[in-house]
Design a protein around this ligand. Structure first.
Ligand SMILES: [Zn+2]
Length: 309
């Protein structure tokens, strides 16, 4: 997974207006809020069946659980920072195919679910909007949060692409194979803002996904780099316009050209950092949380990145 350190290095070398903070692995008690002890034991001891390894898409190795726990911890930290300060990102994360008892499609642990369940223990009425623009449906998230009225799941994805067995979410936008960039942006613009307006969120978690790019191996979409920048600007602006604290996660990316996935991920973060800096200078503030004590209310907006990979 070279794309993770590559994107990190790109952001640092570009001098992006970000602060990068390393994290320690998420402890087992956090993971157990979502995942079954049986599945975590298999990950720890390398006792996944051949079929489970096949469906996960990654070979088991001793550091698999450690790496995934780091990635999950970074999403937890990013959520906390965004609630306090307005915006944050994980330089990995968005492993939306993972279920409580199994990993699927390169997703070992469900970082978003672990983070949201953790937030809910402290702030039971907190409302979270998951905006998933990865090319593949967020089936794990949809299944885990179905019936939880405090969480809204939005996913725009290829209707015929992986996973073949879709899980219904609050708003699923299934697009045709090889959808053009213009049609993608039209569908996004017609569905994401109304969904945001339909749900009084306290926090948006955006799984961006670089696999919508036209040269991605698995995305089956036709967005150019410019279309992707257009997508990023729209999602970021829609959240900032509504004064919604925003967490950005990577999601998938499998570009044919070496280094391009990292470049696209870094673009998304840079675009967010620039937009956030603009609202800082305009002295605007993100939404305030009604159930947080005054000392925990958002202060000066800041953008922080957490690095778990
Ligand atoms: Zn994907």
């Amino acid at each position: 997974m070279e794309k993770f350190p590559q994107a990190h290095d790109l952001l640092v070398s570009e001098g992006a207006a970000i602060e990068i903070t390393p994290v320690a692995p998420a402890p087992m008690r956090q993971l157990l809020r979502v995942h079954t002890s049986g599945y975590l034991r298999k990950l720890a001891h390398g006792t996944l069946t051949d079929n489970e390894v096949y469906k996960l898409g990654l070979p088991w190795q001793p550091r698999l659980l450690h790496r995934s726990s780091l990635e999950t911890a970074a999403t937890v930290a990013a959520c906390r920072h965004a609630l306090d300060h307005g915006m944050a990102a994980n330089l990995a994360g968005g492993t939306h195919h993972a279920f409580p008892d199994r990993g699927l499609g390169y997703c070992v642990l469900n970082d978003v679910a672990v983070a949201v369940r953790g937030l809910q223990t402290k702030h039971p009425s907190l409302r979270v909007f998951i905006a998933d623009t990865d090319a593949h449906q967020g089936n794990g998230n949809n299944a885990i949060f179905r019936g939880d009225r405090r969480v809204f799941t939005y996913s725009i994805h290829g209707e015929r692409n992986y996973p073949s067995a879709k899980e219904a979410g609050n708003r699923d936008v299934g697009l045709p194979r090889q959808v053009s960039g213009d049609d993608y942006l039209t569908a996004l613009s017609n569905t994401l803002p109304p969904s945001l307006d339909s749900f009084p969120a306290d926090l948006v978690i955006w799984i961006s996904g670089a696999d919508v790019h036209e040269r991605d191996r698995f995305g089956q979409m036709k967005l150019t780099t410019e279309h992707m920048t257009g997508r990023d600007r729209r999602v970021i602006d829609w959240c900032l316009d509504r004064r919604l604290p925003l967490v950005i996660l990577y999601g998938g990316g499998y570009h044919r050209e070496p280094g391009m996935t990292a470049h696209l991920h870094a673009n998304t973060i840079s675009t967010a950092a620039m937009a956030f800096r603009a609202i800082q200078s305009s002295n605007d503030r993100p939404a305030r949380l009604p159930d947080l004590p005054e000392k925990d209310q958002p202060g000066v907006p800041s953008l922080r990145m957490t690095s778990g990979a």
